[in-house]
Design a binder for this molecule. Sequence first.
Ligand code: HEC
Length: 144
Amino acid sequence: MRALILLVGGLFASLVFAKPAADLDPTTRGEISERIAPVGSVCLAGEECASAAGIAASTSSGPRSGDAIYGKFCVACHSSGLLGAPKKDDTAAWQAAEKKAGGFSSLLSNAINGIRSMPAKGTCMDCSDEEISASIEYMSGLKP
Ligand code: HEC
């Protein structure tokens, strides 16, 4: 009887302690901690993770300046006059374009929707209307 109890006890113990957590290989451990990790993580503005997500940088800093938009998007065509684009600071050309369009607001909507060789939003697809307006002001000297 005593032998039986020892045998059963031994079997039980070997079942329970057969695979202690410490024996898990590193890959399994990694997979487990990945699966039980909390969903999402907090990322503060200025942290590397925030800029990688590209969220904090563009949404929390408000509208970008006309200067910044021009330098990133419009400069490609509007500095050299590529494809007949009115050049930056060429007041006469910009005044003529404004007159032809029928005012600043029409000029702005042409820039937003695209006109002839001018691509919609000057390729700045995430630009707001006011950012496009500011960049037109910056390169033309025209006022809305
Ligand atoms: C791929 C070249 C290109 C880029 C990039 C570009 N433009 Fe233009 N843009 C043009 C060309 C070409 C015209 C002249 C179109 C015409 O009158 O035939 C033009 C014309 C315009 C006009 C005058 C529209 C009118 O009614 O005559 C505005 C305003 C303008 N661009 C704003 C912008 C702004 C703002 C940006 C940057 C956010 C930008 N463009 C980027 C090529 C470009």
